[in-house]
Write a protein of this length. Structure first.
Length: 267
């Protein structure tokens, strides 16, 4: 699954300006203050619908005329994979600013973007598109049931071991969440399948919590709306009765499906 959903988060970084000008001046520039005169805060936003890691492209906007954008593309290890600086020559506030880079061979974990206005102020944001889809054998539920049979628990135990192995590698990116998304085949009504899939996703989240998983978890069910194998109505397709487990810092985004899960936090 190539599920990804990303939100922008403020960076507490000062770039190289702090080393050249001194921390106090750097902080003033970041805040939008010069010679004792404060201005409305500089705002940099990333249009997450237009972040394309495969093509190496994103779209951002700055709330003042844009001088340039600088971008760092980072791996899970923290290594910088790509650095880009792109000039925009004073493009008007709110103009879509497209930044392009050569996609690296290594998986991208984080993007750090800084926008500089024409007066020398700047603002930074970051997005964390890293995710890890946990390979697993799907739990087989009885018809019209969300109860996990004892014979199926070994599958969840194997998934829990994989999650525990991956977490130390990802903690440096921020607070990691396990997202659990359940699906059904097309037997039964769409409304019924939506409710059933949600109950099953919740049961799996409860199992992980009961067996020691302490990170944040979120779950949802999307019924028959995201089939792995497209079928007509009332088709018993085993591949569509599945549950996805994904570790991520930001909610996964399902770019091509048109489905936006309503994530519910597990207790």
């Amino acid at each position: 699954m190539t599920a990804r959903r990303w939100s922008a988060a403020l960076l507490a970084s000062c770039l190289a300006l702090g080393a050249v000008m001194g921390g106090a001046v750097c902080a003033a520039l970041a805040a939008g203050e010069r010679d004792g005169q404060r201005r409305p805060a500089l705002v940099l936003t990333i249009d997450t619908a237009e972040v394309d890691l495969e093509r190496g492209q994103l779209t951002a906007r700055l709330s003042r005329p844009a001088a340039k954008l600088t971008l760092k593309v980072l791996a899970l290890s923290g290594a910088v994979l790509v650095e880009v600086e792109q000039e925009f020559g004073g493009a008007a506030a709110g103009t879509p600013l497209i930044v392009r880079w050569r996609p690296p061979a290594e998986a991208v974990a984080r993007l750090e973007l800084f926008g500089h206005d024409t007066d020398g102020y700047y603002k930074g944001v970051a997005i964390t598109p890293w995710s890890f889809e946990v390979p697993h054998d799907d739990v087989a539920f009885a018809t019209d049931s969300s109860e996990i049979a004892a014979s199926e628990e070994k599958k969840l135990a194997a998934s829990l071991r994989l999650i525990d192995q991956q977490l130390p590698l990802a903690r440096r990116l921020g607070d990691v969440t396990l997202y659990i998304l359940a699906h059904t085949d097309t037997v039964g009504s769409a409304e019924y399948n939506l409710r059933l899939s949600t109950r099953r996703a919740q049961s799996i989240a409860r199992w992980f919590r009961k067996h020691g998983l302490r990170i944040s978890m979120a779950y949802d069910g999307v019924g028959e709306s995201m089939p792995k194998v497209k079928t007509s109505d009332d088709v018993d397709e085993p591949q569509n009765r599945r549950v996805d487990y994904m570790l991520a810092v930001e909610p996964p985004r399902f770019k091509r499906s048109g489905v936006a899960p309503s994530w519910k936090r597990a207790e």
